[in-house]
Design a protein around this ligand. Structure first.
Ligand code: GLN
Length: 470
């Protein structure tokens, strides 16, 4: 059922929130082998649902998401619940507080059904780097769901919930959304509070939404956006989008993206662009020279920041401790060696290297300069050339499970089209545009990118795109 049907049904007492939540858990257990969830919160969710039903039956006020089941990526904190970040190091960690987004959702009476699987600490592109095993694509379970918000994509594409929260640092919502045929929003940096999101790369991390439709995505974004005193980078949300009609809008096609896109994949996108032209959209080829440095810039910035952010998982402040018969340093080394998976260790090593004395200026300092160039180039494009950009999301169809995880560089290149938006801090919305072939169940996606705080415009163009697709 779509989110709106659920909320209206619950409000009008045609269905009870309890039955909606029971249905969600029935689907979750029916599709357990997809491995979308790390923790299910059945008792807690049913208690909340009961409370919503009671308040409605007494004619009391309820929030605008009353009775809506939602899944949450397991790097977002819920008070008194386990938060593992899909890491062995946090497998027994219980969060003492709620993330800001959790408070916002629950204030509107959404019902959180569980914590979803992910690549360890959100580092990955296929969902295979999880201590809890890979989450499988509901469209064909021999394929990955995409990462790092793998379980959130599985929970929506597998019809267990209609909406889920994920997080993005370089593409982790848009990529699994595209592999699973969903809509995924990476919001403007600073538009959603990161309080309670386990930090990966603080200057890029954002919480966002996965859903089946643009309208449902917007519904959740409207609830979670806005300023929070606990996150100094969050801002009061002010819509900065132009309210031009379709025939006045100019959509930019960044040539650097299309130049490197696989021919087989570009066909579908180019055909879709023709459909959009028939609908009245205008296009223009533009150039974003920085985008060819996106992947290296992203991996220098993020490894540097994560190596610092993950230093708190030392067996003392956070994370499980491995007791050894030696000193404190040995205990820390043993705890981190056992607690972290291979990919996280690889990135910590790279990050400590790029931050080390003598290399800081050559790597992290340079990457910061590159980040400013990205921000400048994108804002100039939106000021002078076009209103939004349209680009591919993924550089391939979903790989089969096991196909890509032995090759970290191929994995890193998966972010080639997504991570520029994170580096520039701009919003990006990925939307499926139709099946690629009759043999495979996957659809292809495009992403719309806009100026900072232009989510409204992305949603309204996104809704037109949906109409052309279905
Ligand atoms: N695939 C990217 C990475 O591995 C993106 C991760 C993310 O957005 N959290 O870092």
């Amino acid at each position: 059922m779509k989110s709106f049907e659920i909320i209206n049904g619950v409000l009008e007492q045609r269905i009870s929130a309890v039955s909606v939540v029971e249905d969600a858990f029935a689907k979750i257990s029916e599709k357990e082998e997809l491995n979308g969830f790390i923790t299910v919160l059945e008792e807690r969710a049913l208690a909340k649902a009961k409370d919503v039903d009671e308040r409605i039956s007494k004619g009391q006020k309820v929030g605008k998401l009353a009775g809506l089941p939602i899944a949450v990526k397991d790097n977002i904190a819920i008070a008194d619940q386990r938060m593992t970040c899909a890491s062995a190091s946090l497998k027994d960690y219980v969060s003492p507080f709620d993330a800001h987004v959790i408070e916002s959702l629950e204030n509107e009476d959404a019902i959180i059904v569980g914590k979803t699987n992910l690549d360890e600490f959100a580092m990955g592109a296929t969902g295979e780097y999880s201590h809890f095993g890979v989450a499988k694509n509901p469209l064909d379970s021999s394929y990955v769901a995409g990462g790092s918000s793998s379980g959130s994509a599985v929970s929506v594409a597998g019809d267990m919930v209609s909406v889920a929260l994920g997080s993005e640092t370089g593409g982790s919502i848009r990529l699994p959304a595209s592999y699973c045929g969903l809509v995924g929003l990476k919001p403007t940096y600073g538009s959603v509070s990161r309080y309670g999101l386990t930090a990966f790369s603080s200057s890029l991390d954002q919480i966002g939404v996965l859903s089946k439709s643009v309208q449902e995505n917007q519904l959740i974004f409207d609830v979670i956006k806005g300023q929070d005193k606990n996150d100094m980078t969050s801002k009061a949300y002010k819509n900065e989008a132009s309210n031009k009609g379709i025939d006045e809008l100019v959509i930019g096609l960044p040539k650097e993206y299309f130049d490197v896109l696989d021919k087989d994949l570009s066909v579908g996108i180019l055909e879709f662009i023709e459909k959009m032209k028939d609908r009245g959209f205008k296009f223009k080829t533009v150039s974003i020279p920085s985008s060819k440095f996106a992947v290296p810039t992203y991996y220098v910035l993020t490894t540097a920041e994560l190596s610092s952010n993950l230093s708190r998982f030392d067996g003392v402040r956070y994370s499980s401790r491995v007791d050894v018969d030696a000193g404190v340093m040995e205990m820390i080394m043993a705890s981190r060696s056992e607690g972290f998976g291979q990919e996280v260790k690889r990135r910590i090593m790279l990050g400590t290297y790029v931050l080390s004395a003598g290399y800081y200026d050559a790597y992290y300092g340079k990457a910061l300069q590159a980040k400013s160039n990205f921000e400048r180039e994108f804002s100039e494009i939106f000021a002078n050339e076009c209103d939004i950009l349209l680009a591919p999301v993924a550089n391939s169809l979903p790989p089969k499970i096991g196909e890509r995880c032995e090759d970290p560089v191929a994995m890193y290149n998966t972010d080639v089209f997504t991570c520029s938006a994170n580096i520039a801090g701009i919003p990006a919305l990925s939307i499926p545009i139709g099946r690629v072939s009759d043999e495979l169940p996957f659809s292809q996606s495009i992403q719309l990118m806009g100026n900072k705080f232009s989510e409204e415009l992305l949603f309204s163009v996104g809704k037109e795109i949906e109409k052309l697709n279905y």
